[in-house]
Structures are given as structure tokens and as C-alpha cells.
Write a protein that binds this ligand. Structure first.
Ligand code: FAD
Ligand code: AMP
Length: 475
């Protein structure tokens, strides 16, 4: 096998593997080096997202929601199922098998696109060489015209909350529990904390979420965040805001968590504690002396808007660089870079990146929140439509939440779209496309939406922005 490539990608997560595939499609010779090891020691491509993030979490969110609906909701439909029982081992087997199928799929995609996949640790040396240390300790050096760094991120740990992987765990461990903890503590009410808290709550845990900030989901439009908080409370998620965790200690079979809030100091006893306080860029052992690649003060690899680092022909994409830590953001960066290397056009529109929280109801948004638009000073109008008025949502027994659109008064431009409700993550795609094409609110108003569908909520919200909603009272 030749050790010289047009492109060497370090990392095969959702930023690195698409870069490698697109490079192959662009007829460049390409290798993708990845060191991921699963808990059973096996190697796999796909990075955090496929192995320990997006995919396994969505598998468990789906299963746990079905379990909860079978228990609490089927009767409303007139379906009598008797005693609904949980087989967690089967649920976890399904999760693992989905992950395996998806990660094997990357190997097949590599083969189909002429990508050489290499398991091992990659380290950038000066002169665009990449030293690869295999799982068996063997070493080889690849020469590359271009190197793409896609080393991803790792969970932030709190010094006073010592991780042991059994009682005090991270998000990856929390996806692989083999029993439902009776009492689960979660530190951090971010996206990951809320999704994991939801899974285990639905499966029977008493869940307490401790969040240092006073405001719930500060990055989300606050109309939507307030609605979400109400639903999560009803579901039994005990979310304590303004609760700063100072320490945690394993005591016997459980964990004692100490935190303080406006009322004083508290101790909470749980059986498992998940630390979900964010992720940090992962660049350990990635850069040898003299590569010229710089990190910023928060440890992200410094890049320009086209993901070029300070070193010539070295690029960096995904969670390891600035911007939201989302799989689809990394994917677009990877594809852009592989196109730019091949001399093609490439660009990422950072203003139009959707975000989704896969709770029930789901939360999704794109563009600016109402608070951001207000702070910017531009005159704006708001249209909302409740799913309670959607025939399809009613038929689905999922009539909670709303769609909300924020638009400019001067030229009618759509500035932000926010949805909490059934399939919000799917519905937001229409808003993303609209904003990508700089659609006006009137464009959405004049677009025919099939009836009865959930997508009509976006149509009606756009109409409501001009007080022209048909299926809801205009206020
Ligand atoms: P990663 O996926 O972290 O991949 C980096 C890869 O590089 C890894 O395989 C790593 O082993 C390898 N690597 C690192 N350094 C080296 C080296 N020196 N040599 C060789 N290999 C190396 N995002 C979403 O968009 N939607 C979701 O629903 C979602 N859910 C999530 C749920 C959880 C529980 C978590 C933890 C994350 C979730 N995310 C989600 C975030 C998403 O997983 C990340 O944004 C995404 O994985 C980043 O992709 P990446 O390719 O930059 O890095
Ligand atoms: P995210 O970065 O979206 O994954 O969210 C992580 C959340 O954890 C943020 O909302 C932080 O405010 C919160 N957080 C960080 N440290 C602590 C702490 N010591 N106690 C409670 N919450 C914390």
C-alpha cells in the first residue's frame, strides 16, 4: 500500500469521514485515520456521533418513548396491551446493533469511494506528514499534499466530581447502563443532559437535573424554552436551576452530590450521576512540534471561514474548531474542505445551521431567537401556531407545543423559526431551506402545504405573522 496520498484525514467522525468520501469522489487519493475504540476494545469508524452520541442516543430515545407511550397512551387510542414490561437487555441490544450497522456502513462507503481507512492514532508532523501508530504499536508515516484534522471533542469533566465510569459517568457510559438506576442525577441541563435524563425517566428512574444557570435553555427562543420546561416538569424531570454542583463522592452503592443554590447548600443522594456539562475540543497528541497549527485560548484549532489552519494545506473541521458542536455542521465543513482542495467551490452558511433537541416534545430551531432579533434593534413581527389546532397533531395524540416564526418588518425576511412539538426536527428542514434561499414570510404563506400534516403549523405561523392565520385566532 502506498504511503503517499493527496489527502490524509485524521478522525472518521461525521466531520472527517464525509471529507474523506468527498475527496474520493473528487478523484483524489485519500486515507482516513481513526483511533476510536469501543468499550469491548473493537475499533470502529464513525466517531462520537455514531458510536457514543447522536445515533445510540436516538435509538434509546425512540425505544424509551415507545415504552412510555405503550404504558400511558395506548389506552387513549383504544388499544389495550395489559402489563407493559421493560426488557432493557433487548433495548440495549437493538441500540448496539443499529450502531454496528451504521459504523460498518462507513467502511462500505470508504470502499465504494476509494478511501483507505486506517485504524490507529494519527499525529501531524511538520511537512504535512502524518505519523500513524496502529493498535498493535506498529508505526508508519503517511505523506500528504493536504491534511484535514477532524479529531472531534471529548466530554468536559469536573475535578470535584471524579469520573469512575460506574457510578459517576459521562454521556457514553449513560447510554450503556444495563439496569435502570432508581435515582439518577444529571449535572447540566444542556441538550445531552436533557436527552439522557428523558431516556431514563421514561424507563422509570427518578431524575434530578442540576443546572448552574438560572435560565433554562438560554440558547433557545424563550417562548419555546418556557413551554419545554413546563412539559419536562409534567414528565417528572426534576430540573433545578441555579444549582451549582460543588462536589460528588461515591458512598456505598450510591453517590452523594453537593450543590448550592439561592436557598443554600444541599446534598442529593443518587444511584448514578451523569456529568453532562459540555464538551471540549480534543487535540491530545495530535500536533507534533513545528507544524504551525495554532489553537485558540479555548483549545479549538484556529481556522478561517473556510477551515484553513495557520499551516499551509492543513485544514480542520468539526467539533475541534469553532462553531456549534453538531454533526451536520462538521459534515458540511468536511465536504467544503474536500471540494476546496479539489479546486471546486465550497462554502458553509454558518447563519443557517439547524439545532434539534430530541426530547418529547422535540425542540428545533434555525436562525435568530426573538430575544436576539429584539437586541439587534430591527423591527420584527412574530407569528405562532399551536399544535393543539393541528388536526394531524391531534390524530397523533401529540398536540403539545407550537411553531413560531420571527420575521423582519421592513423586507419580510424570515429571521428565525422555532418549533416545539411532534417531529420538530423534521419540520425545521423546511425553515432551513426557506432561510437558505432568503425566503420572505410571504413565500412561506404562498407555499401549499399538504393537509393534514404537521408542516401546516409552519404555514399557519407564517400567516399569523401578518395576522392572516386561518386555523387559529389572530391576536
Ligand atoms: P467526533 O465524532 O468526536 O470524531 C472524531 C474522531 O476522531 C473519533 O473517532 C476519534 O477517536 C478520532 N480521533 C481523534 N484524534 C485522533 C487522532 N489523533 N488520531 C486518530 N483518530 C483520532 N450532534 C448532532 O448533530 N445531533 C445529535 O443528535 C447529537 N447527539 C449527541 C448525543 C451525545 C450523547 C453526544 C455526546 C453528542 C451528540 N452530538 C449530536 C454531537 C456530535 O456527536 C458531534 O458534534 C460530532 O460527533 C462531531 O463530529 P467530529 O467528526 O468533529 O468528531
Ligand atoms: P451544554 O454545554 O449545552 O452541553 O450544557 C452543559 C450545561 O452544564 C450548561 O448549561 C452549564 O451551565 C451546566 N453546568 C456546567 N457546570 C456545572 C456545575 N458545576 N453544576 C451544574 N451545572 C453545570
Amino acid at each position: 500500500m502506498s504511503d503517499s496520498f493527496d489527502v490524509v484525514v485524521i478522525g472518521a467522525g461525521p466531520a472527517g469521514y464525509p471529507a474523506a468520501i468527498r475527496a474520493g469522489q473528487n478523484k483524489l487519493t485519500v486515507a482516513c485515520v481513526d483511533e476510536w475504540k469501543n468499550s469491548d476494545g473493537s475499533a470502529a469508524f464513525g466517531g462520537t456521533c455514531l458510536n457514543a452520541g447522536c445515533i445510540p442516543s436516538k435509538a434509546l430515545l425512540e425505544s424509551s418513548e415507545l415504552f412510555q407511550r405503550a404504558k400511558d397512551e395506548f389506552a387513549v387510542h383504544g388499544i389495550v396491551v395489559g402489563d407493559v414490561k421493560l426488557d432493557l437487555a433487548a433495548m440495549q441490544k437493538r441500540r448496539a446493533s443499529i450502531v454496528k450497522t451504521m459504523t460498518n456502513g462507513i467502511m462500505a462507503l470508504f470502499r465504494a469511494n476509494g478511501v483507505t481507512g486506517i485504524h490507529g492514532h494519527g499525529r501531524l508532523l511538520p511537512g504535512n506528514r502524518v505519523q500513524v501508530t496502529g493498535p498493535d504499536g506498529s508505526e508508519r508515516t503517511l505523506q500528504a499534499r493536504h491534511v484535514v484534522l477532524a479529531s472531534g471533542s471529548s466530554p468536559v469533566r469536573l475535578r470535584a466530581v471524579p469520573h469512575d465510569g460506574v457510578r459517576i459517568v459521562d454521556s457514553w457510559n449513560a447510554l450503556e447502563f444495563d439496569a435502570v438506576p432508581r435515582r439518577l442525577g444529571v449535572i447540566g441541563a444542556g441538550v445531552i443532559g436533557l436527552e439522557l435524563g428523558s431516556v431514563w425517566r421514561r424507563l422509570g428512574s427518578e431524575v434530578t437535573v442540576l443546572e448552574a444557570l438560572e435560565q433554562f435553555l438560554p440558547m433557545v427562543d424563550q417562548t419555546i424554552a418556557k413551554e419545554a420546561q413546563r412539559h419536562f416538569k409534567k414528565q417528572g424531570l426534576d430540573i433545578k436551576l441555579g444549582a451549582k454542583v460543588s462536589s460528588a463522592e461515591v458512598k456505598g452503592d450510591g453517590v452523594e452530590v453537593r450543590y448550592s443554590d439561592a436557598a443554600g447548600d444541599h446534598a442529593l443522594q443518587v444511584d448514578k450521576l451523569v456529568v453532562a456539562v459540555g464538551r471540549r475540543p480534543f487535540t491530545d497528541e495530535l500536533l507534533a512540534e513545528g507544524t504551525g497549527v495554532l489553537l485558540d485560548d479555548r483549545g479549538f484549532i484556529q481556522v478561517d471561514e473556510h477551515c484553513r489552519t495557520n499551516a499551509p494545506d492543513v485544514w480542520a473541521v468539526g467539533d475541534a474548531v469553532r462553531g456549534p458542536m453538531l454533526a451536520h455542521k462538521g459534515k458540511e465543513e468536511g465536504v467544503m474542505v474536500a471540494d476546496l482542495i479539489a479546486g471546486h467551490f465550497g462554502e458553509v452558511n454558518y447563519k443557517v445551521i439547524p439545532s434539534v433537541v430530541y426530547t418529547a416534545p422535540e425542540i428545533a430551531w434555525v436562525g435568530q431567537t426573538e430575544e436576539q432579533v429584539k437586541a439587534g434593534g430591527r423591527a420584527y413581527k412574530v407569528g405562532t401556531f399551536p399544535f393543539a389546532a393541528s388536526g394531524r397533531a391531534r390524530a397523533m395524540e401529540a398536540a403539545q407545543g407550537m411553531a413560531k416564526i420571527v420575521s423582519a418588518v421592513d423586507d419580510d425576511e424570515v429571521l428565525g423559526v422555532h418549533v416545539i412539538g411532534p417531529m420538530a426536527g423534521e419540520l425545521i428542514a423546511e425553515a432551513v431551506l426557506a432561510m437558505e434561499y432568503s425566503a420572505s414570510t410571504e413565500d412561506l404563506q404562498r407555499t401549499i402545504h399538504a393537509h393534514p400534516t404537521l408542516s401546516e403549523a409552519l404555514h399557519e405561523a407564517a400567516l399569523a405573522a401578518d395576522k392572516k392565520a386561518i386555523d387559529a385566532i389572530n391576536r
